[in-house]
Design a protein around this ligand. Sequence first.
Ligand code: MF3
Ligand code: CO
Ligand code: CO
Length: 274
Amino acid sequence: MTDTEVIATAPASRRSSMIKIHSAEDFEGMRRAGRVAAECLDMLTPHVKPGVVTDDLDKLAREFTLDHGAVPACLFYRGYSKTVCISPNHVVCHGIPGPRTLRDGEIANIDVTCIVDGWHGDTSRMYLVGDVPARAKRLVDVTYDGFERGLAMVKPGAHFGDIGHAIQAYVESQRCSVVRDFCGHGVGRVFHDAPNVLHFGRRGEGAKLEAGMVFTIEPMVNLGKYQVKLLSDGWTAVTRDKSLSAQCEHSIGVTETGAEVFTASPAGLFRPVT
Ligand code: MF3
Ligand code: CO
Ligand code: CO
């Protein structure tokens, strides 16, 4: 290693905690990746019916991803062995597809991340399985409305704490709770990058948003208390009090005037009609 290389690489150890600023070309890459991920969730919609086997949904997602020249980011990520996470009812996140079926009256989150030309498109949405009780539909609505209040904060000069505060204030006003143990994240060429994007917090706290930042907002909202526990498979997170949980996630970029959502549903299916 030459001296110049040592100097050039010296700041690298600090880079992991720095928030990257992306170019217009990078945004183009995020658009392509985000589109495939959103289309994958669109494709799954008619398949999410009572009796569907969650592993079959995973297979559909894997084939769709590969058919679109993309790589499933979750497959083999830290030992994870599926393409999507499917989190029904009281599962908060990271539910593992398998022989379990989805049953009439359940709600389920499906989370997919597709890599296109090295860029990660990370998005999740809620699916209503058959005839869903009103209190579950209300939770799903509160989750989307909370997400949108967070998204509305995104513009240069705002703070990450403004996003978390907006989500928490709304969710708690609806007598629901925001999960603390999982957060959104910087995304791009790296799946989980700096910063941590908390879905709770105080106005004015945290880093300042700048045009070119790219991250996810992905609040998990519980009907009961916010505490979660991890099952023995090392992945599945569930609510401690067994209350229902919902989540929605988009990959977004900060623009000069606000936010660009890279994972908007081309079919307009992001938010289930409740
Ligand atoms: N897509 C998830 C997120 O929103 C991460 C899933 S990692 C996995 O960040 F390994 F569980 F798939
Ligand atoms: Co994410
Ligand atoms: Co995700």
